[in-house]
Structure formats: structure tokens, C-alpha cells
Design a protein around this ligand. Structure first.
Ligand code: B16
Ligand code: MG
Length: 216
């Protein structure tokens, strides 16, 4: 039967986390905040505004709303500059094969991302046409682990939450899927994503057989 397959963007379809990191690091450096690679884990799946608060928290930095707004603009301009050269080669291994399979099987395909830059990224990497529905940071008011982004995606596809499958790399995203009573599929480390119904290291580990079982 027809199901909703909902994909997170960063960490699932593409690895934009490395670009987010570079852009945040510039801001952090200019404020003398020590923001290391390990700290980047804290920002996965988290909104832009919340990410800045987390970084300022690391350095115990207080700021006015005006300053914060300025840094948010700077960060995004810098981030976008890293996306200029993005192309098909940045789609993570195995993802295209699964998108094609789902399309062949006439399944609902949606994006459920916290990013406000999701559309241009999907476009640049050549996968935009696979998506029937896109729900991103421009469409939701409650951040993951609130299930709003995924519930909206399922609703737009006209599919019940319980017939929806979410692919996520962040803990907050897995929790959002679980709270929404959807099937949660973690992409990444088992130790981090243990709350997920299923866990795969990456999309190359997901078989056609696994997808068929979810559909039937
Ligand atoms: P933007 P996802 C998230 O994407 C990223 O994981 C997170 O690090 C980022 O802060 C957030 O998008 C907002 O992105 O600044 O482009 O609006 O994993 O939800 O696809
Ligand atoms: Mg993610």
C-alpha cells in the first residue's frame, strides 16, 4: 500500500553539517569562543536560531537581539557561499537508489528538514524532482523533537502518521518521529540513535527487501 517516506536533509541526503560547522566556526572565532568539531554534534537537526544560542552558551557570551540577528545573517551568508559549488556528487551514497526505488513503487516521498535552505540544496544536488512534498524550516514553528515537521509532511501526502517512515540522523529527529507515532529509521551510529525502530550506518546498508517489507 502507499506509505509516506519522509527524509531529513542534513546528514541523510547530504552532508551539509561540514558547511554549517565552517560557517559557525567563523562566528565563534570572532567572539573568542572555543567551538570544536565535537561540539558540532549539538547542532544537528537544531534550528539556526537555537544553534547560535548553543554556541554563545559554550562561551558564556551574552548578546543583544540586534547582535544576534547580525550574526545569524553573517552565518547564513557564509554558509550559502559554501553551497555555491554543490552538485550531484554530494548526494550521500545509496540515497539515489532508494529514492528511485520508492518512485518506482509509487510511494509518497517528502522532505522533513529544519533547514530554511532546503529547496536550493535539493535543486543543486539534482534530487528535487523526487519529492512530492517539501516541509522545511520555513513551514514549521516547533523544532524537532516536536513532530510538527513530519506530521505536516504526512498530512500533505494524505497518509496516516502510522503509515509514515522517517529517515533521520539526529536524536531529536528520531524522537520527533517516535512522538508522531511514525516508523523511525536512524541513519548513523547505533550508540547515538538507539531510540530508533531501525538503524543503518548509511543508505548503502538499506536493501530493497527492507523497503518492500515497509510497504507491504
Ligand atoms: P539552516 P536537517 C538542519 O538540517 C541542520 O542539521 C542544522 O545543523 C541546521 O542548523 C538546521 O538545519 C537549520 O539550517 O540554517 O539552513 O536553516 O538535519 O533538519 O535537515
Ligand atoms: Mg539531519
Amino acid at each position: 500500500s502507499k506509505k509516506a517516506f519522509i527524509f531529513d536533509l542534513d546528514g541523510v541526503i547530504v552532508d551539509t553539517a561540514k558547511y554549517h560547522f565552517l560557517a559557525w566556526q567563523k562566528i565563534a572565532k570572532s567572539l573568542n569562543i572555543n567551538f570544536a568539531h565535537e561540539d558540532n554534534e549539538l547542532l544537528k537537526g537544531v534550528s539556526r536560531v537555537r544553534s547560535l544560542d548553543i554556541i554563545l552558551g559554550l562561551g558564556n557570551v551574552q548578546a543583544t537581539q540586534e547582535q544576534k540577528d547580525q550574526w545569524l545573517i553573517q552565518k547564513n551568508e557564509d554558509y550559502l557561499s559554501y553551497l555555491v559549488d554543490m552538485d550531484e556528487s554530494e548526494v550521500l551514497p545509496g540515497v539515489l537508489k532508494i529514492l528511485k526505488l520508492l518512485k518506482d513503487k509509487n510511494q509518497g516521498i517528502a522532505l522533513g528538514s529544519a533547514s530554511k535552505n532546503a529547496r536550493p540544496i535539493l535543486e543543486k544536488t539534482g534530487v528535487l524532482s523526487y519529492f512530492n512534498v517539501i516541509v522545511d524550516g520555513n513551514d514549521v514553528t516547533n523544532a524537532k523533537p516536536d513532530p510538527e515537521v513530519f506530521l505536516k509532511a504526512a498530512q500533505l501526502l494524505n497518509i496516516d502518521p502510522k503509515d509514515s517512515i522517517v529517515f533521520e540522523d539526529s536524536v531529536a529527529g528520531i524522537q520527533a518521529a517516535n512522538i508522531g507515532e511514525m516508523v523511525s529509521v536512524g541513519i548513523g551510529e547505533e550508540t547515538i540513535l538507539h531510540e530508533a525502530d531501525y538503524i543503518f550506518k548509511d543508505f548503502t546498508q538499506i536493501t530493497a527487501d527492507f523497503i518492500e517489507k515497509l510497504i507491504n
